[in-house]
Design a protein around this ligand. Structure first.
Ligand code: ATP
Length: 201
């Protein structure tokens, strides 16, 4: 089974593109969703985060206060690394479990891994598919989707791998700067889908 790692910066359009792959029948494993699952109440990773970074990160209902966690690791590399040392192995384990449950003759699987380069997970995939767009477009989208200030969006963009680094690492690129009609975007995904099925054969 070919493992395709779909990556791209914040707001680049990963969810949009992965939804089209899903419509075409490709199995999709989304590590962003898994990242939320592994810190749900009762999960060992949540208990570890509290031990390592503070029990006050729990809300009264026992769920993780994600905004408080973001603030606690903000601009503190040592804390951020401690957090990642807990969450990344938990996400990795669950991603492998999901992979193991896929039907035997699955041609390829799309692994949505936003921080593929930042986490150094290149070896988890056979090919890297990048969703790319200019940083100004990323910022505009995140500002209008999440209602945050442009400065905050720029800070998030700059904290991630650079556009150049991503393009260098990528095997395939989907330019998603918004200039393509939805039908054209779908056609591009269809071509990749055919290619990946062919490569798997
Ligand atoms: P994140 O990393 O924040 O989860 P993402 O990479 O998954 O983001 P999306 O959620 O797919 O990105 O897209 C970000 C926003 O931009 C969404 O509101 C989406 O509807 C919009 N968007 C994505 N692609 C396009 C496009 N080609 N044209 C117009 N809007 C788009």
């Amino acid at each position: 089974m070919l493992r395709i790692g779909l990556t791209g910066g914040i707001g680049s359009g990963k969810s949009t593109i992965s939804a089209i792959f899903e419509e075409l029948g490709a199995p999709v494993i989304d590590t962003d969703a898994i990242a939320r699952e592994v810190v749900a109440p009762g999960e060992p990773a949540l208990a570890e985060i509290c031990r390592s970074l503070g029990h006050d990160l729990l809300r009264p209902d026992g769920s993780l206060d994600r905004a408080a966690l973001r603030r606690r690791v903000f601009r503190d590399d040592a804390r951020r690394r401690r957090l990642e040392a807990i969450t990344h192995p938990a996400i990795d384990a669950r991603m492998r479990q999901r992979l193991a449950t896929l039907p035997e003759h699955t041609a390829y699987v799309l692994l949505v891994i936003p921080l593929l380069l930042e986490a150094g997970w290149q070896d988890r995939v056979d090919r890297i598919l990048l969703v790319d767009c200019p940083e100004t477009v990323q910022v505009q989208r995140v500002v209008s989707r999440d209602g945050i200030e442009p400065e905050e969006a720029w800070r998030m963009v700059r904290s991630q791998a650079s556009r150049d680094a991503r393009r260098q690492a990528a095997d395939d690129v989907i330019d998603n700067d918004g200039s393509l009609e939805r039908a054209e975007l779908t056609a591009r995904v269809q071509r990749l889908d055919r290619r990946y099925r062919g490569a798997a054969d």
